[in-house]
Ligand binder design. Structure first.
Ligand code: HEC
Length: 185
């Protein structure tokens, strides 16, 4: 009986490991749309981490984790970075407190495993705008909240308009030490 139990445990563990290897981590390459199986949609911003569950040909089934406040999904409980907005009727899987999971499909063309590639254009703009007076600050050395605070002065210094500001601030926060990009340590 004991060995049977042990064998069953082994099989369960092996299956678990297999499932983990199968699901790969990736990011949205651009702002995109997540479609749920019942046809509802959610807007997902660029650079948002995804777990890819299944290859569906032109699209992939993915899971996105976040924290829900009304129809808005943030990367943290502190609402520092908006990562998705649910259209009417989009059903999320509730975890504990405000933690939720969004499940649906995204076009494969808009998914990348290379988290750096997502931000190439923004990075160029950052170097152009933010190295006129000092060396480029290290984006990953600040937290999202620090970026929010510093950026208030710097966007005026760099003479950015509203659209340029939100474009660049999203880059800074997404690449902050507690942002979206997972780094090797
Ligand atoms: C017109 C000149 C100018 C431009 C353009 C400029 N900065 Fe600065 N920056 C400064 C000065 C001066 C300081 C130091 C004084 C201060 O902190 O206000 C500074 C300081 C900083 C600091 C350090 C602040 C701290 O408290 O550690 C960061 C980070 C920074 N800048 C980021 C940026 C970013 C991002 C941009 C592009 C959006 C930018 N800067 C564009 C002049 C500029």
């Amino acid at each position: 009986m004991k060995t049977i139990l042990r064998n069953i445990t082994m099989i369960v563990l092996l299956l678990g490991a297999f499932a983990q290897v199968n699901a790969s981590e990736a990011y949205t390459l651009l702002d995109t749309v997540l479609k749920s199986s019942d046809g509802k949609t959610a807007k997902v911003y660029l650079g948002v981490p995804l777990i890819v569950k299944k290859d569906m040909g032109k699209s992939s089934e993915v899971v996105i984790k976040g924290f829900q406040f009304e129809n808005k999904i943030y990367s943290t409980m502190e609402k520092e970075l908006l990562i998705a907005e649910l259209d009417k009727g989009f059903k999320v899987a509730k975890k504990e407190a405000n933690a939720v999971e969004l499940v649906g499909t995204i076009e494969k063309e808009l998914i990348t495993e290379n988290g750096i590639e997502v931000w190439e254009e923004q990075e160029e703009f950052f170097f152009e705008m933010c190295t006129q007076c000092h060396a480029a600050p290290s984006v990953a050395h600040h937290t999202m909240v620090e970026w929010e605070a510093v950026f208030g002065t710097m966007k005026v210094f760099a003479k950015l308009d509203g659209e340029e500001s939100s474009y660049l601030l999203r880059y800074l926060k997404s690449n902050a030490s507690n942002g979206l990009l997972k780094r090797e340590h």
